[in-house]
Write a protein that binds this ligand. Structure first.
Ligand code: PHE
Length: 341
């Protein structure tokens, strides 16, 4: 057999072997057997020295061509093995993401999340837009833009967690009304749900973190009557019955006049119990008409625009709706408690 015939034979063999590789490691081994430094094809070329110049040329050329073809066969085979490997793996390792997981129980929404979604639905049905803001806020967005001066005693109403860089954990979702006032062109109606933080002694009705929904309506000739009507629609839908309300004067630097909206106690219906401290009323929602300074501080003309704002405490609302007597349950992660919802 001359060299050229030997090459043909080796090529045949290599082609068959490489093509039958079962996986990539096998392929590498087979490739090495022919194309490696000590491979069969390479060693044939070592005998080239004994040939005439003419023969060297043709055989050398042929060997080059064959080794190129083999390289191509190797890379094709590699591609095929990859797809095949993936197919086999996915056939072996598939699982049904919809299959019930035996022992594991599905989760449920936290009652605060549930009531938040409910309230979002009620407000979006009245044309409100939902706004968001960060939990870490600037002092300006949380206080300054809401008409709290630097030495304003009202700052002490809300004991604040400050960060080292001068920012703070927002003490109320009113920071969201500031963001809306600065971004939106009136008239607008927004709500802004979110988590808020206060440096407070924890007890049955106080937590260092809780949830609020801010509401703000800005437009022409907005009155306290518009505000009260909106609140009543909201509350009768949340409690699924007509709810009695009353307004008492309140104080917040960003609304004037400021009110505290009370509802008749949902636990005793108004006749007096320990939850409402025998008064028949529960304090639910601070609110009021937007203070002219707040418009000014946020780039709007108070002669042109009017509005109302309110801040609804979600923890409070959940407690009333479900008759929960201790706010600490809400953030406890206690499954026995949470599974009831
Ligand atoms: N931001 C106030 C608080 O958390 C509540 C509030 C909101 C009062 C909007 C008036 C208007 O105490």
């Amino acid at each position: 057999m001359n060299l050229s015939e030997e090459l043909d034979k080796i090529f045949e063999e290599a082609n068959r072997l490489i093509g039958s590789s079962v996986d990539e490691a096998d392929l590498d081994k087979n490739k090495n057997e022919y194309l490696g430094k000590k491979g069969k094809l390479t060693s044939v070329l070592k005998n080239l020295a004994s040939l005439s110049i003419e023969e060297k040329k043709t055989v050398g050329q042929k060997a080059n061509d064959l080794s190129k073809s083999l390289e191509e066969i190797v890379s094709k085979t590699r591609e095929n093995l990859k797809t095949k490997g993936f197919k086999e793996q996915s056939e072996k390792e598939w699982f049904d993401v919809l299959r019930a997981l035996g022992e594991t129980e599905p989760g449920t929404l936290h009652p605060i999340t549930k009531i938040q979604y409910e309230i979002e639905d009620i407000f979006t049905s009245m044309g409100f837009e939902i706004w968001d803001g960060p939990e870490v806020e600037t002092d300006f967005n949380n206080f300054g833009a809401l008409n709290f001066t630097d030495d304003h005693p009202a700052r002490d109403m809300q004991d604040t967690f400050y960060l080292e860089n001068g920012n703070l954990l927002r003490t109320h979702t009113s920071a969201i009304q500031v963001r809306a006032l600065r971004k939106l062109k009136p008239p607008f109606k927004i709500i802004g749900p979110g988590r808020v933080f206060r440096y407070e002694e924890v007890d049955a009705s106080h937590e260092t973190s809780f949830y609020q929904i801010e509401g703000m309506v800005v437009g022409k000739d907005i009155s306290a009557g518009n505000m009260l009507y909106t609140m009543e629609v909201l509350l009768s839908r949340v409690f699924e019955k007509e709810v009695k309300t009353r307004l008492r004067p309140g104080f917040f630097p960003f609304v004037e006049p400021a009110f505290e909206l009370d509802i008749n106690c949902q636990v005793c219906g108004g006749s007096g119990c320990s939850v409402c401290k025998q008064s028949g009323w529960l304090e639910l929602m601070p609110c009021g008409l937007v203070h002219p300074n707040v418009f000014k501080l946020n780039g709007l003309d108070p002669k042109e625009w009017t509005g109302f704002a309110f801040g609804l405490g979600l923890d409070r609302l959940v407690m009333m709706k479900y008759g929960i007597h201790d706010i600490r349950y809400l953030h406890s992660g206690n499954l026995r408690f949470l599974k009831q919802f």
